[in-house]
Design a protein around this ligand. Structure first.
Ligand code: HEM
Length: 123
């Protein structure tokens, strides 16, 4: 059965989406401050890791848990649901621009939702 990742277009789609998504996140006044001062490599790890995950892609990510990766942001910078909502919105806008059908966008948002509590340190 083909996964959402395959349906969206696999790694090529992730690569196409990374640049667009990055521009939206950094232009988004609700969340851009979380990325201030991060080097490009870390930025890229976040964007690509986020998109691959949201597309249900191959789980090559071997870094920290979602909770550990975002703990400082929650504890020191007040990362909360409103910021999570903003990222999901930017993801949706990115995929609309790439011509991804609505039902696949909804699927990607659903996958991202599945780690909301972990990212926000609620378990
Ligand atoms: C589905 C939700 C999310 C996923 C799958 C995700 C994924 C990731 C991944 C894979 C990393 C890299 C961790 C590492 O290798 O060190 C990361 C780091 C990061 N994430 Fe997320 N993220 C999500 C939500 C968010 C949200 C809502 C924000 C802020 C608005 C955010 C901001 C960041 C930042 C700033 C880093 C870098 C932290 C650092 O390097 O110190 N993430 N995220």
């Amino acid at each position: 059965m083909s996964t959402l990742y395959d349906k969206i277009g696999g790694e090529a789609a992730v690569d196409a989406a990374v640049g667009l998504f990055y521009d939206k996140v950094l232009a988004d006044e609700r969340i851009r401050h979380f990325f201030d001062g991060l080097d490009m490599e870390r930025q890229h790890r976040m964007q690509k890791g986020f998109l691959t995950f949201a597309f249900g892609g191959p789980n090559n990510y071997s870094g920290k848990s979602m909770a550990a990766a975002h703990r400082k942001l929650v504890d020191e910078k007040g990362l909360d649901d409103s910021h999570f909502d903003a990222v999901i919105e930017d993801l949706g806008a990115t995929l609309v621009e790439l011509g991804v059908p609505d039902e696949l966008i909804a699927e990607a948002a659903g996958i991202a939702e599945s780690v909301r509590d972990a990212v926000l340190g609620r378990g």
